[in-house]
Design a binder for this molecule. Structure first.
Ligand code: ADP
Length: 677
């Protein structure tokens, strides 16, 4: 290529002048514009007038811009300056506008090496610059987008990482959960196993069991035994207890459950009475039970386990035992029976008070087996000892009756029973015994024995007389009628009469003993009856019989029995009041009763004897005088009067005589009752 120095400046200028590129040529230090082509002038917005002018004055608008300085520097240094996309503010129609240029300030050097010209070539690159700018901007926005995206991406990545770590965490958590789940499942299994076991335990339990849930005590689990006690079926499951068993309303159980629920303390009930409804009726039963609170994980009561046993039979058995014991005590008391337990090896005795009393000992006295033995009359001791020995040997009950002497010297009869008790080795170590004071019974027996001997004697006496008379009559039966005949016949008649009276008494007594005395009520005239019944006395003529009272008096009673009473009283007056010539019979009446009294004027009866006169077999002493009789007459009178709901008694004064009396209600007792009703 040709060097510019080899080209003539003018030639070059003319070449450049026609160049489509903007071109200008400068010279000197003040950068005078030697030439500028059309294109350059267009850029500058100038015309040819500026040729020959220095740069600064030709283009004052570029003053503030670095071009002049650069040109000057090129001039002075001889170094070409090349710029690309360089901005320059130029006036377009007088308005400053920014353009971009690629330009070169080429120093064209002379032969001396100094700058001869500066060739300025420039091409506008504003469009390109703009495009570039757009591209740049685009690229910038793309970059931004890229940046944003990358930020997003980073975020995404970060998030992703987070997610991954979360995922990992989740994974770990999940596996933990899985573990827990497994454990839970296991625990649940164990729990359900233990729950099952619990259920089975409850159901198979030989005692009644129920689990009551929550504060309303809902029946959760209940076994058949409990249902049996409650008298309910399985429909009660799930019900609150107060609904399941409404009869508990006025009973203490719900309150006790509430207390257990609130305090968490178990409750033990012993033999508590419970009323349970059965077929519409409340039945009594007794229960031993425990209310055991079951706690949840917060230690609060979740449910209450009820375990109960029905002890009704035991309680009732015990009650009936104590009832029997009570009755036994009453019986022992009523029968005045004493009981004792003797320790055979030590001789000590534990006796009831009655047992001691029966031997004449007081409650506070000590009473040993030796005391007992020594109180037995000596002649009976051997026999009793042998009986006891024998009963132990044969393990049988021994029974004995024996007389004992009390400390006050009185004799009493004891009836004793006893039986040995054996220890586990089969040795008799104790003796359990009972006793009773049978003195009265013995006396009665004695009286009965005495009575039999009296009765036989009393019957035998007239019988002997009759027998003797009959024998005599027999001897003289061939002989004609004589005074002896009359006497003997009369004698026999008397004897037979006596025997009849005695036999009548005996028969009456026997009837009374069998309660066979039946009354035949009727209304009769009392005076007429008395006249008739005492006729025999008047006939005999030994005693004067005086009858006093209203003659028309009527009586409603068994006439025959009342007559029997009167005859008895009059006969006694004749028999026991020998010195009494007169016998008075009075009849009286008030609104309710008729009273009959028989008065004699004999010796009278001692006061001490009076209470016994109406006893069976009782016969009083009469100073060695003997009177025939069985001691039954007054007893029979008493029974007849009692049967009529009347009263009988005696008033007597020694030396003045006695008045025996009886009263009979005017109407029969039950008729009187009817009248009142
Ligand atoms: P008995 O049938 O043997 O005569 P009672 O029962 O009639 O017996 O009389 C009982 C006793 O009452 C008699 O033994 C007698 O001592 C006494 N006694 C009954 N009546 C009289 C009387 N009028 N005067 C005195 N003693 C009498």
């Amino acid at each position: 290529m040709n060097s510019p120095n080899q080209i003539q400046a003018e030639e070059l200028l003319s070449v450049l002048f026609y160049s489509p590129n903007a071109t200008a040529v400068y010279k000197d230090e003040d950068i005078r514009i030697l030439n500028a082509n059309e294109a350059m002038l267009k850029f500058w917005g100038k015309d040819m007038k500026i040729i020959g002018k220095d740069f600064r004055s030709a283009l004052p608008e570029l003053e503030e811009q670095p071009f002049f300085e650069i040109l000057r520097n090129v001039w002075l240094s001889g170094e070409t300056f090349t710029a690309k996309d360089y901005p320059a503010v130029l006036l377009t129609n007088g308005v400053p506008e920014k353009f971009y240029f690629d330009f070169e300030y080429k120093a064209i050097l002379g032969n001396d090496g100094k700058t001869k010209y500066i060739l300025h070539t420039a091409s506008e690159v504003t469009e390109r610059k703009k495009a570039l700018k757009i591209v740049e901007e685009k690229s910038r926005s793309e970059q931004k987008l890229i940046n944003d995206l990358s930020a997003l991406n980073e975020e995404y990545l970060a998030t992703n990482e987070d997610l991954i770590s979360k995922h990992e965490e989740l994974f770990t958590a999940n596996s933990e959960l899985l573990k827990i789940k497994k454990e839970l499942l296991k625990a649940n299994h164990t729990l359900s196993q233990s729950e099952n076991r619990f259920k089975i335990l409850v159901e198979k339990s030989p005692v009644a069991m129920a689990s009551l849930l929550g504060e309303h005590f809902e029946v959760d689990i209940v076994n058949d035994k409990a249902l049996q006690i409650w008298n309910k079926d399985r429909s009660v499951v799930g019900m609150p207890l107060s609904e399941a068993l409404p009869e508990l309303k006025d009973q203490p159980f719900i309150d006790i459950l509430k207390e257990v629920y609130a305090t968490g303390k178990p409750y033990y009930g012993k033999e508590l009475k419970t009323m349970i409804e059965k077929d519409g009726e409340l039945i009594e039963c007794y229960l031993n039970f425990v209310y055991q609170p079951i706690f949840d994980e917060h230690q609060a009561t979740a449910s209450i386990l009820v375990v109960a046993t029905d002890v009704t039979e035991q309680v009732q058995a015990r009650e009936s035992i104590s009832e029997i014991k009570n009755r036994l005590e009453i019986a022992l008391d009523a029968g005045r029976l004493g009981s004792t337990e003797i320790n055979l090896s030590t001789g000590t005795m534990e006796s009831t008070n009655q047992f001691k009393h029966n031997y004449g000992y007081r409650t506070e006295d000590e009473f040993t087996y030796l005391d007992l033995y020594e109180s037995i009359l000596p002649e009976h001791r051997r026999r009793i000892k042998d009986l006891v020995k024998e009963s132990i040997k044969k393990n049988e009950v021994y029974r004995a009756e024996y007389p004992v002497k009390w400390k006050d010297g009185s004799i009493h009869w004891i009836q004793a029973h006893g039986r040995a008790r054996f220890n586990k080795d089969g040795i008799a170590d104790r003796m359990v015994g009972m006793n009773a004071d049978i003195t009265d019974k013995k006396l009665a027996e004695q009286r009965k024995d005495d009575f039999l001997s009296v009765a036989s004697h009393e019957l035998k006496t007239p019988l002997t007389a009759v027998r003797a008379s009959i024998q005599l009559l027999n001897r003289i039966k061939e002989k004609p009628y004589s005074q002896t005949h009359i006497r003997l016949i009369e004698q026999s008649d008397k004897g037979i009469e006596k025997m009849c009276v005695l036999i009548d008494d005996l028969l009456n007594m026997s009837r009374l003993g069998q309660d066979q005395l039946k009354l035949e009520y009727q209304t009769f005239n009392l005076h007429e009856m008395l006249e008739k019944s005492c006729h025999h006395i008047r006939v005999e003529g030994k005693n004067k019989l005086i009858l006093k009272g209203e003659e028309s008096l009527e009586m409603y009673a068994d006439e025959h029995r009342i007559e029997q009473v009167v005859i008895n009283l009059v006969n006694n007056a004749v028999k026991y009041a020998k010195g009494s010539n007169e016998i008075h019979i009075f009849t009286e009446t008030d609104c309710d009763h008729v009273k009959v009294s028989v008065r004699d004027f004999g010796q009278g009866i001692p006061e001490a004897v009076i209470p016994h006169l109406f006893d069976r077999y009782y016969r009083a002493e009469h100073g060695g005088k003997s009177y025939s009789g069985l001691g039954l007459g007054l007893y029979i009178c008493l029974e007849i009067v009692k049967k009529h709901s009347g009263k009988i008694g005696v008033n007597s004064k020694i030396g003045e005589g006695s008045t025996f009396w009886f009263t009979i209600p005017k109407k029969k007792a039950d008729e009187a009752l009817l009248a009142i009703g």
